[in-house]
Design a protein around this ligand. Structure first.
Ligand SMILES: Nc1ncnc2c1ncn2[C@@H]1O[C@H](COP(=O)(O)OP(=O)(O)OP(=O)(O)O)[C@@H](O)[C@H]1O
Length: 386
């Protein structure tokens, strides 16, 4: 198999091996009658990596292959901890297959099967007993998954969100080197989703546990993922830093999966409680204003995105406008789509994506290399809380 996708293929000069980061080397084919998954990819095991794609693109099949649940797999999967230690999970050429229970890979599904007749504590205790040489502190995991008040409850009496927290705790207590999450939030309401996303982030950081997280929701992935893998029809279409992958999708004419947007992670410069505005540093000359949220107090940087349809263009600096954000930039790409035009405007080193009508583009005679002002309201900058 060729065209191996490497870490942040887009701009990272260093591979995970060079940086001594654990890595999952995948070179596999899974053949079904009507579908083939063919992946040749090295995934650096840092933070949370999102796996995104249309239905039936092969996301769950990939996770099942890593977990050891795919019988019809050909190829190899190796978990490399550092330059010196690697752990082959499967290598069909060598006739090697490590059983799922020996892979040190945890799995949380949409409907994780718990022991319904046992209490929450009983379920967690079972996981601890199965894990030899347990290093984790059970109380810490109970605290991280906010289960202290539920320990005596039978799990079949819990809500979906509570059950998923038990499933998460149980998976972690098996002390995996890698945690796979397959649509763990899809059956939950918005409140439980936010709670679990925050929990996943905290757990990832506190335990330094790498996660691969499959979701249909780009918004969920944007809240927690550092890297994004996009699959289509069983193949990798893109992999790398999540912001860069989203920006590359903006540029694909055939993109039918990601809404055109500018995706950013920026440091917080100031929180102006009086005006309810927060300032983010875009570069040494330009800031971005957005509406404050009390949770920003605990943050040093924010992930945010601005839809391309929420930004407009002005040829002169809008000095008498109520719109707080105006950034000077240079048009470096113009792409026509039906009656609209997608502009890429560079401000400092950051690309912004702007959709305007073809009518406006003609009226303003916009062309490549032209300086323009971007304008967007503070409310157009959408954020996620960590
Ligand atoms: N055991 C199986 N036998 C035959 N075909 C299968 C089997 N498991 C999965 N497939 C096929 O493989 C393809 C990919 O399925 P998969 O569940 O990996 O997709 P997915 O991207 O996770 O989809 P979704 O987002 O809908 O869950 C589908 O066309 C599915 O029908």
């Amino acid at each position: 198999m060729t065209n191996k996708h490497v870490v942040n293929a887009i701009d990272a000069p260093e591979t995970a091996k060079q940086a001594n980061i654990a890595e999952l080397d995948i070179n596999i084919k899974v053949n079904y009658q009507q579908f083939t998954l063919a992946i040749d990819l090295s995934i650096p095991l840092t933070g949370i990596t999102g796996i995104f794609g249309h239905s039936a693109s092969g996301k769950s099949t990939l996770l099942r292959a890593i977990a050891g649940l795919e019988k019809s797999l050909l190829g190899s999967i190796t978990l490399t901890n550092n330059a010196l230690a690697s752990n082959t999970l499967v290598n069909t050429e060598q006739g090697y297959y490590l059983k799922p229970e020996h892979r040190q890979v945890g799995l949380v599904f949409q409907n994780s099967r718990l022991f319904g007749h046992l209490s929450v504590f009983g379920n967690l205790e079972y996981a601890v007993k199965r894990c030899k040489n347990s290093q984790l502190n059970l109380n810490e995991i109970i605290e991280l998954t906010e289960l202290s008040n539920l320990l005596a409850h039978r799990v079949d009496e819990l809500s979906g969100g509570q059950q998923q927290r038990v499933a998460l705790a149980r998976a972690i207590l098996a002390e995996p080197k890698l945690l796979l999450l397959d649509e763990p939030l899809s059956a939950l309401d918005q409140h439980s989703k936010s709670q679990l996303l925050k929990m996943m982030l905290t757990i990832q950081k506190r335990l330094n546990l790498p996660m691969l997280y499959v979701s249909h929701s780009l918004a969920e992935l944007q809240q927690v993922c550092d890297n994004l893998l996009v699959l289509a029809k069983g193949k990798v279409v893109n992999f790398g830093n999540i912001h860069q992958v989203i920006h590359q999708f903006n540029r694909y004419k055939e993109n039918d999966i990601i809404e055109h947007q500018t995706s950013l992670s920026l440091p917080i410069k100031a929180i102006n409680a009086h005006h309810g505005l927060t300032t983010l540093v875009l570069n040494d000359k330009q800031d971005i204003y957005l509406a404050s949220d009390e949770d920003f107090q605990q943050q040093t940087y924010l992930r945010c995105f601005i839809l391309a349809s929420d930004i407009s263009i002005s040829l002169t600096e809008p000095s008498n406008s109520s719109i707080v954000n105006h950034l000077l930039g240079t048009i470096n790409a113009i792409s026509h789509r039906d009656n609209s035009v997608l502009l890429t405007v560079q401000c400092g080193t950051q690309d912004f994506f702007v959709t305007i009508s073809a009518f406006s583009q003609q009226r303003l005679s916009l062309s490549i290399k032209q300086p323009v002002y971007l304008q967007f309201k503070a409310g157009a900058v959408r954020t996620f809380i960590h």
